[in-house]
Design a binder for this molecule. Sequence first.
Ligand code: G3P
Ligand code: CA
Length: 375
Amino acid sequence: MRRTVPTGGLAGALVTAAVAGPTVAAPAESTESIEEGTSARASDRPIVIAHRGASGYRPEHTLESYRLAIRMGTDFIEPDLVTTRDGVLVARHENEISGTTDVAAHPEFAGRRTTKTIDGVSVTGWFTEDFTLAELKTLRAEERLPQVRVTNTAYDGRFEVPTLQEIIDLARAEGQARGRTIGIYPETKHPSYFASIGLPLEKPLVAVLQENGLTRKSSPVVVQSFETANLRELSRLIDVRLIQLLDAAGRPYDFTAAGDARTYQDLASPAGLKWIARYADGIGPNKNLVVPRDAAGNLLAPTDLVRDAHRAGLVVHAWTFRVENQFLPADFRIGADPNARGDITSEYELFFRLGLDGVFADQPDTAVAARAGLA
Ligand code: G3P
Ligand code: CA
């Protein structure tokens, strides 16, 4: 596979060659939507993964955020998964929900506010595992970044916390209506923690995927995690594609719990990538592992991570692409307002030219548009 992208500017200066890599598996063009047996069409174009839905435009992890992303042309929608007290998987980035719901305004749940240690960090608030699904459904989503994405607050108080099943149903219905497959790209959040309290995520995840006939390598499903043990377990239970997430610092929490000294940087080495390839199909790196920045936010030379991952047979889906200046490298900011939109197209072009196989995007329309510029 060899891609070309528009060159020029910093992207052209930083990148010296397109990178050959393993075939990218994207959802197939199909009228079958998310049905089992839909072939995952081989493609040489990077996939677009709607990060928490179209979270740049709607409160994250709501059906309306996912629906908008689908209408913008995304290939996959991404739910982060946690569980309720009665074992139902729901979409939230954290199990502590005061930052993305109106739980604090519900006096009937005031007594549920508590402090817990999650992955070694003390957290105070309200936790999904202390609510039944019926109770959680009485809450409404709120914008996580109200100061940054002011217009999104117009939707506060309107949308429920969705279940994984509701998200699958949405993908299926929207895909059928549009004659194309919409994939789901769930992430298990805090798997060691949830296992430690007797609410493991893997069993209900496998059950939901099995009930929906989504357990094959060709299924339009990709499961991701920052931890490793649960992915290795899932690799023995089902055949869906698996992605090992890699952060720019630290180590998987299951390594911490097990006394394994390896870090994410170790896993991003050629030897680490070879180990990951034993159980996963790709990596999902923090984009700073692909193109680092200096302390002022200026881009530095790209690393060899994409090339090394491809040599190990792994695809590379990096995160997170966001249009606002404060999230962009200094090179691509426009003006001084940290909340204004910058030149994200140039950022996509840089990463596409490096051979990236997919991007997690808060504004999936921008990724779809940038991809359309590929030769
Ligand atoms: O899953 C890819 C990316 O979403 C990881 O970051 O913290 O947004 O889940 P986070
Ligand atoms: Ca995620």
